[in-house]
Design a protein around this ligand. Sequence first.
Ligand code: NAP
Length: 274
Amino acid sequence: MPITGKTKITGLFGWPVEHTLSPYMQNSAFVHCGLDYCYIPFPVRPNRLESAIEAIRSLSLSGVNLTIPHKEAAMPFLDEADEEALAIGAVNTITNTNGILNGHNTDGRGFATAIQEQGIILEGCRALIIGAGGASRAIGYYLSRSAKSLHIYNRTYEKAVALASFLSRISGNTDVVQDLSSLSEYDIIINATSLGLKEDDPLPLDVNLLLPFQAVCDLIYRKTPLLMKAEQKGCRTTDGLAMLLWQGAYAFELWTGMHPPIEVMRTALLSIVK
Ligand code: NAP
């Protein structure tokens, strides 16, 4: 669809943004729905975030996504934030309603929908998150409310303690673990570290300890060595592409008020990662 004087602009603020997959899925969704919208990646330097957020108002952008390193830093520059974004302390989506900027966080909901789509049941599960960064915080917020128990493991132990302590305030079922020697007690195991992004990365856990009843999830956008080995052990697996899809679908809904065309967005993503 050609850009016109009426085209509504959305996009992504990040640093860097070169590798983003979001324009493919969002622009495909806009075209499919016949919406005069477009989605543009904006490389926003960390020290320019405040002026970039002000530009959402001055340029009348309809909304943006935020990615590393802006998700937490954006909070003070917004007019409002929904309950989830306030609880997590980070936003990945901003909506602009007549100059009022509202922050949302669709990462946790996106993750939950992605794994439920695979038939993995969160309600009453025993879950382990490996990692204690921003993504762990967002998915931990969701998991802690549905899981029977939620354990956090992280290379830097103090960060795992801090995250577990934060999540315990939402639900008392969260604790920290110091090692990964007892994987058999978990129904769902999630790699939320960046291990697996590089080809020579070590695995985040000992795959010999995995059991066929378990679900193994990786937030990285492709089938990582961890997921391949987990499948060989008979585990169900989910990669981060489905989470990317659903967090983007919820952002689409916030900007347009329309039901997102999930299969169109999924096909767009798969066409560029395969
Ligand atoms: P982050 O805040 O920078 O956290 C990174 C985490 O990875 C920390 O827990 C860190 O541990 C751990 N880590 C990094 N290198 C490690 C290593 N060599 N060994 C062990 N642990 C290591 O990043 P994030 O935003 O949470 O993102 C984490 C992952 O999720 C990334 O791969 C990202 O691409 C992915 N992600 C996916 C989606 C999606 O939609 N699918 C959304 C967000 C993020 P320390 O605390 O010890 O440094």
